[in-house]
Write a protein that binds this ligand. Structure first.
Ligand code: ADP
Ligand code: MG
Length: 414
């Protein structure tokens, strides 16, 4: 069944969906959240958009999973399927072991926070937070206490009588979070909650969300973002999405150090992904040929169901921009690089170079303000090992884009 009826993000109606009955008690060790092969399509016939395909994910009580992926990859759709704003075309969603696929949003006991705050403009902060509690028949005598408790959690106690328009963006988002928390949800969903805030505020709100996380040790959180730094800061595990599918899921550290796919390598942290040929493998170390160069690489054990590193097979060498050194061409082990462009980014300068003997350009991060110009010739030294091997596909065994050029797909990442 298709469903294009999700309330617009900007609509305060979202509030009615977050204010719900208490969540059911967990049963016998079931994860707080289960997506079981969920598919979602919007529209019908020729206009069908497949927004989520065969999406399976489990989130334990107390765990935070970030859904990280580019715009349009299906993150919000996954969140809406769990909250009940869209109905899965196939598969099931379960909360603490209970199948809620056919349950109305209001009966799921989930707290939801969206990017646009979705506060009622004509109601005070107090009334906004109280609204859901009232409509779900929390006895009147408890409401003020619950509102106070929620506002205190987000540091907004002093603003209870203000209207949303009398608050800054960050304060409005705190109220939206308080509103979601007021029902004491077992499951909290946040959809790009910081995306509308400016960079500095985003940073401080990120710190506050970390504190909030600690204050809610039993709550399962699903945090949707396209910003890898938010995912790294908040999540126990990161689920990387692309084209309606889950590409990889693991701890941030594992995804960063041993990227299972080129897509994740590029999306998480940015990476030079150089096509290479495996020459020799010894344990978790390999020698690879990249252009005319032979470099040493980490060759982590591939995951279950993934092929190992066969000699003479093609792979990608993932070289992080900050691991490459730039100096004089006369330095030992230096290869000649020619500057294509450089951009100063404050704490570092991102330099793009062509390298003698390599087809692909590479990006190098030099700390601080590095003064150089196009056509300058420099010595480039890779570290040893130079990087980590990544399977040569983008990670979706099911779609044709496995044959896309990684550089094309990641295009703007570097
Ligand atoms: P993300 O949150 O990762 O940016 P979404 O889940 O919002 O992605 O969207 C996934 C895909 O589904 C996109 O192609 C988007 O255009 C499409 N889509 C989202 N909502 C609707 C809708 N209500 N009707 C039709 N297509 C939609
Ligand atoms: Mg979205």
């Amino acid at each position: 069944m298709s469903d294009g009826d999700a309330p617009p993000k900007s609509s305060p109606m979202t509030t009615t969906a977050i204010a719900t009955a208490p969540a059911t008690a967990p049963t016998g060790g079931e994860p707080a959240i289960v997506f079981d092969r969920v598919g979602v399509s919007y529209g019908r016939g020729r206009k069908t958009t497949v927004a989520l395909t065969d999406f399976t994910l489990r989130v334990a009580a107390g765990e935070t999973v970030a859904l990280l992926g580019p715009s349009g990859s299906g993150k919000s759709t996954a969140l809406k399927a769990l909250a009940g704003f869209v109905r899965p075309t196939s598969g099931a969603v379960r909360l603490s072991g209970r199948d809620v696929t056919d349950l109305s949003p209001a009966k799921r006991g989930i707290g939801v926070v969206v990017q646009s705050y979705a506060l009622f403009p004509h109601m005070s902060v107090h009334s906004n937070v109280a609204f859901g509690l009232k409509s779900h028949r929390v006895p009147r005598k408890y409401i003020d206490g619950r509102v106070a408790e929620s506002l205190a959690m987000v540091g907004m106690t002093a603003y209870a009588e203000r209207l949303p328009r009398e608050l800054s963006g960050g304060q409005q988002q705190r109220v939206a979070i308080a509103r979601a928390l007021a029902i004491r949800p077992k499951v909290l969903l946040l959809d790009e909650p910081l995306a509308a805030l400016d960079a500095q505020l985003r940073q401080s709100m990120l710190g506050e969300l970390q504190e909030l996380r600690k204050a809610l040790p039993d709550t399962a959180m699903l945090y949707v973002t396209h910003d890898q730094s938010e995912a790294l800061a908040l999540a126990d595990r990161i689920a990387v999405m692309r084209d309606a599918r889950l590409v990889d899921i693991d701890t941030a550290e594992n995804l960063w150090q041993r990227p299972p796919t080129g897509f994740t390598a590029g999306f998480l942290g940015g990476a030079n992904l150089l096509p290479c040929t495996v020459n020799r493998v010894s344990g978790t170390s390999a020698l690879v040929t990249v252009g005319t160069h032979t470099l040493r690489a980490d060759a982590p054990q591939p995951g279950v169901g993934r092929p190992g590193w066969a000699v003479d097979s093609a792979a990608l060498l993932c070289i992080r921009p900050h691991t490459v050194q730039i100096g004089a061409t006369s330095e030992r082990n230096a290869v000649r690089g020619t500057v294509v462009s450089s951009v100063w980014r404050g704490a570092l300068t991102r330099v793009h170079l062509t390298i003698d003997g390599l087809t692909d350009e590479i990006s190098v991060d030099v700390p601080g303000h590095f003064d150089t110009e196009a056509a300058a010739v420099l010595g480039v030294r890779f570290s040893d090992p130079a990087g980590v091997l990544v399977p040569p596909t983008l990670g979706s065994e099911f779609d044709s884009s496995a044959t896309d050029s990684v550089a094309d797909v990641l295009g703007a990442q570097l």
